[in-house]
Design a protein around this ligand. Structure first.
Ligand code: TPP
Ligand code: MG
Length: 692
């Protein structure tokens, strides 16, 4: 048996043998390992009987899972496991009954009420954070979770409940020395998010235990295809401040000792830990896979000899901890427990179809509600913000200024807000701020925030967009309010995996002017849902859309369009950068052709103000939907289709759309203008539609 452990700063040897484990603990470890395997076996049976719809087992990984759980504290520490972690979850306190309820998709499934697939573990009381099926995405959440725990322990005032925003519904707990567990298979270490998570955990000395459960295969792909040299431990060995252990993951005692040392390192604040456990995968990847198609008989036989259950059983007998009869009695009683739990789950009530719309957005705070309708009440006031903050003023400010002002206001109000992203800090090397002005974002939206709120609340991220969004999700898990910036939309795609599969349900906001940007950003920050806040860089410093600073309570509810220009003969539905261009076109249409166009600025794209669209179209009977993005498969197609569907009887002409040509936006202004919609093109569409 190969046992080794080392860290960048010290060397810890792990001794063979039971170490500090008592005979009772050894029996308990075995009980949990067998329980895990039996739940898998029963689920496999149920799947074959078509009583459940998916199965992927934790077989061969039991020793690692149980020993990790025993080294940690359920409901105190935090857990970001992956699908093979059945034994971990059982050892933390998830019951076989909970697992079967999840497998049948029962209404009473405590993980998600039949929404998530089995093995997408989740338990609020145990701090097991719900996961998606994507491999390695959750590692960045673990990092953000650890950062948030550290922040809260240094700023306990941030944990206090507050009225007036999402904090009224969002309790925060922290202890100061909690550890975060994050696991993955060896194949998933190829994902960029694994390296991004390791980098940040190392850089910030975060208390995250990374556990690589190395069963040698990623479905049919062997380890050496994923990992240069075939051993992930060798590749990560130079990350600073880590505790490293490479263990036989079929041996629960060796694994427990490695986890104990790893957890101690993290709890003491020395940095993260990396436990690499070599285990086996005796049941193929999942029930849809047959490993005999790609693994040799000799290899399968060698694996079966390392079965962790078998090895532990032999050990208990050899060390006289249990007799053969006692072993049999234990296993029989587990069989009965598992069979009963499965039978009960099969009788459990199924979810109500009409409840599928629940749990999509916050049920506590609705950003479309009147709580956020303070538009009328707010009066222009003194300008918030770094430099201008002291001087009362009613002068017009740009969109960039009013976004910056809103960030200042909200950060002053809510100590749970952290701002991070590429180049958002004034200067990462704080000492230089004595002599330099500071950067504060490539568009200066975050200028001065670090100087006022400090580097723990405003800081630069690595140049890695998934890292920014993934860590933000981890912060939010702890009740924090991350306001993170992706520098340019062109580079949002590395984060898109996180946005689509992890954040998933986003409100989408696209302001067209300074005042809207201020009020909508305030709502975005105070509400309880994830919000994608899109800012058009061309609008940041435009002259036409400026506004006085409206005060620190000014908010605009989502889903309320703005009538930019009332009109009687045609409706133009638009948003963002096309609002000013549409206005130019509409004014020319009035002046030169006597056509009276009503312009609606949607302001938020999800939710969007269907009532406002319908009311306007019923009045005008002609409609154009215009946006700057490409026409094909664009946002406008959805709006146009709905108008055609629901307002057909009111229309006197087909619904028209305006969008960018299906081509790249050229660098040469001539080419750029040819691709993006211009006022002349909008005017032409207005004339065509009027003449129809
Ligand atoms: C991002 C992503 N890509 C592909 C998949 C499909 N997939 C699911 S499991 C898996 C193999 C994972 O192998 P490994 O990380 O070694 O874990 P193991 O299943 O062996 O425990 C793949 C390719 C996925 N779930 N997520
Ligand atoms: Mg694997």
């Amino acid at each position: 048996m190969q046992l080794a452990a080392s860290s960048a700063h010290d060397s810890v040897s792990v001794e063979p043998g039971g170490g500090s484990l008592s005979p009772q603990q050894m029996v308990e470890i075995y009980r949990l390992m067998v329980l895990s395997r039996r739940v898998d076996d029963r689920e496999i049976l149920l799947k074959r009987q078509q009583k459940i719809y998916f199965q992927i087992s934790g077989a061969g990984h039991e020793a690692l899972g149980v020993s990790a759980a025993l080294a940690m504290r359920p409901g105190y520490d935090w857990f970001f496991p992956y699908y093979r972690d059945r034994a971990l979850c059982l050892a933390l306190g998830v019951t076989p009954a909970d697992m079967f309820l999840q497998a049948v998709g029962a209404a009473t499934d405590p993980a998600s009420g039949g929404r998530q697939m089995p093995t997408q573990w989740s338990s609020r009381p145990l701090n097991i954070v719900s996961l998606s099926a994507s491999t390695a995405t959750q590692l960045l959440h673990a990092v953000g979770c650890a950062e948030a725990g550290r922040y809260l322990s240094r700023h306990p005032e941030a944990a206090v409940r507050a009225e007036g925003d999402y904090r009224a519904f969002c309790d925060v707990t922290f202890h100061g020395d909690e550890v975060v567990y994050a696991s993955l298979g060896e194949g998933s270490t190829s994902q960029g998010e694994f390296w991004e998570a390791m980098s940040t955990a190392s850089n910030k000395k975060l208390p995250v235990v990374f556990c690589v459960e190395d069963n040698g295969y990623a479905i049919s792909t062997p380890v050496e295809v994923n990992t240069p040299g075939g051993n992930i431990s060798r590749l990560v060995a130079n990350f600073p401040d880590f505790y490293f252990a490479e263990v036989d993951g079929t041996d629960p005692v060796a694994s427990f000792q490695a986890f104990q040392a790893a957890v101690a390192h993290c709890r003491a604040g020395l940095g993260p830990a990396f436990v690499h456990g070599h285990c086996i995968r005796p049941y193929s990847h999942s029930l849809s896979d047959d490993e005999r198609l790609y693994r040799s008989k000799a290899e399968l036989k060698a694996d079966s000899e390392r079965d962790p259950l078998l090895r532990m059983q032999r050990r208990l007998l050899r060390e006289g901890i249990l007799t053969a009869d006692e072993l049999t009695a234990l296993e029989n009683s587990l069989d009965r427990e598992v069979a009963e739990a499965a039978d009960r789950a099969l009788e459990a009530p199924l979810p109500k179809v009409e409840e599928i719309g629940r749990h999509i957005y916050s049920e506590d705070l609705d950003p479309t509600s009147v709580v956020f309708a303070t538009e009328q009440a707010a009066a222009p006031g003194s300008v918030s913000g770094g430099k201008a903050g002291r001087a009362p003023s009613t002068e017009s400010r740009t969109m960039a200024d009013l976004i910056n002002a809103c960030l200042f206001d909200e950060m002053r109000r809510n100590p749970r807000i952290v701002v991070f992203g590429e180049d958002v800090a004034d200067a990462s090397r704080e000492e230089t701020l004595a002599e330099v002005k500071g950067k504060g974002g490539v568009f200066k939206l975050t200028a001065g925030l670090q100087t006022e709120f400090g580097s723990e609340r405003v800081f630069n991220s690595p140049l890695a967009e998934a890292n920014i969004v993934g860590r933000a999700i981890g912060y939010a898990t702890r009740g924090m309010k991350p306001v993170v910036e992706v520098q340019f939309f062109d580079y949002i795609w590395p984060a898109y995996h996180q946005i689509h599969n992890e954040l998933s349900l986003l409100r989408v906001v696209f302001p067209s002017n300074a005042l809207d940007a201020n009020g909508l950003l305030r709502t975005a920050i105070r509400c309880d849902d994830p919000v994608l806040f899109l800012e058009h860089k061309r609008l940041y410093r435009e002259t036409h859309d400026r506004a006085p600073y409206p005060g620190p309570e000014f908010a605009i509810p989502f889903g309320k369009a703005r009538i930019v220009r009332p009109g009687a003969q045609m409706t133009l539905v638009t948003y963002g950068a096309l609002v000013p261009r549409a206005l130019q076109a509409a004014e020319r249409a009035q002046r030169e052709h006597g056509i009276d166009v009503e312009i609606l600025d949607l302001r938020t794209l999800n939710p969007y103000d269907w009532e406002a669209i319908a009311e306007s179209v019923r009045k005008t009977s002609r409609v154009i939907v215009a946006h700057e993005d490409m026409l094909s498969w664009g946002y406008g197609a959805e709006i146009a289709a709905r108008i055609g569907d629901e307002l057909f009887d009111w229309l006197d002409a087909p619904v028209r759309r305006i969008g960018a040509k299906d081509a790249f936006v050229g660098y040469q202004p001539l080419l750029e203008n040819a691709v993006l919609p211009q006022p002349e093109g909008i005017l032409k569409a207005i004339l065509d539609l009027k003449a129809f």
